[in-house]
Design a protein around this ligand. Sequence first.
Ligand SMILES: Cc1cc2nc3c(=O)[nH]c(=O)nc-3n(C[C@H](O)[C@H](O)[C@H](O)COP(=O)(O)OP(=O)(O)OC[C@H]3O[C@@H](n4cnc5c(N)ncnc54)[C@H](O)[C@@H]3O)c2cc1C
Length: 368
Amino acid sequence: MGASVAYHLAKRGVKNVLLLEKDAFFGQGATGRCAGGVRYQFSTEVNVRLSMASLPMLERFEAEIGQAIDYRQCGYLIFLTTLQDLTVFQHNLAMQNSLGVKTEWLSGDEVRRRLPMMHLEDVLAATYNPKDGLVDPHGVVMGYINAASRLGARAINNVEVTGMLLAGGKIVAVETKAGTVSTPRVVNAAGPWAGLIGAMAGVEIPITPVRRQMLTTTPLAEIPPDFPFVIDFAQSLYFHREGEGLLTGMSNPDQAPGFDQEIDSQWELVHLEAASARLPLLEKAGLVSHWAGLYEVTPDAHPIFGNTPVEGFYVCAGFSGHGFMHGPVTGQLMSEIILDGQAQVVDVTALDLARFSEGRLIQEYNVV
Ligand SMILES: Cc1cc2nc3c(=O)[nH]c(=O)nc-3n(C[C@H](O)[C@H](O)[C@H](O)COP(=O)(O)OP(=O)(O)OC[C@H]3O[C@@H](n4cnc5c(N)ncnc54)[C@H](O)[C@@H]3O)c2cc1C
């Protein structure tokens, strides 16, 4: 988010943009640990509209930004095993189709025909969108940072933000471990840590960090190159092709909130058991890598865009585990909010910070 905001502000001609990153490298937060999935399939209109704006920006990324990001439109196949999910997804599909998003309904038999290597006896149906897919997160982050730098923005790593200085209810400076930066405007794009940055300005931002983990395998010849991003929705279990092997993850519904990013080896066993039951050939695969990252969860699983009670202090965070794909449009939206006073490309007025205190929450159902 920070990289995209910096780029979009610089593109609009803002000359003194500064991006601060606490880590030694850019993109090592949630973005660098994500599964790289991009999809149109959401349950709320605003999330579908964010995808409708953001995914075409990823399609144009290399031409506009000059960085390859390996966008593979392998499709997301979300399969359903409960009657409740069947009803909800039928409704979602109708809403997506009404917006022009061509998500398809697949019968259980069609899912079994497409995925013969998986155990899917209990699958009732699935939704599939061929334009959903996978993108390289590191390419997107560095593409935006390099493009922003060419336009005059500065991006500095190894600089942790430690405080906000306010005067008369307005932002006047940011304190960092490397010194103080005077500025009338700050964008809090700290992902899972955005609540901590909010507290520095005295603004409560309800974002909870929740650990999620995944792993990749050695090559599996049985997985075809066009294998989709497969999601077992009821189990929050997913698989996609990664190189010649697979990436698989499963969300622990009982994961306690916190900033711990160590692998939970107990949960890894639970995950591998469920994954092997669906895809038995995993038993002959080797582990290539595994890691954990943090979802940045808001009470309604939607992001927060816009200003806060502190003048000059903006937030774009809380994407609740599906925000990488909305990074491109977020940069554009924040540049519009900051420079024009209002978002233009997608109406995100309902996703303001005030919705939490005013009880205007809108729940996203398609959280994996
Ligand atoms: C395991 C996992 C799988 C996921 N899969 C997907 C997926 O398939 N598709 C998808 O769209 N999304 C996915 N997500 C969600 C996605 O990763 C996030 O929604 C998105 O990356 C959030 O981006 P961000 O820029 O807000 O946060 P981040 O990428 O975390 O960026 C915030 C940055 O702020 C820095 N920072 C924090 N505090 C400070 C400070 N005090 N000073 C300076 N810098 C600071 C951090 O170091 C970090 O680099 C996944 C997330 C996880 C954890």
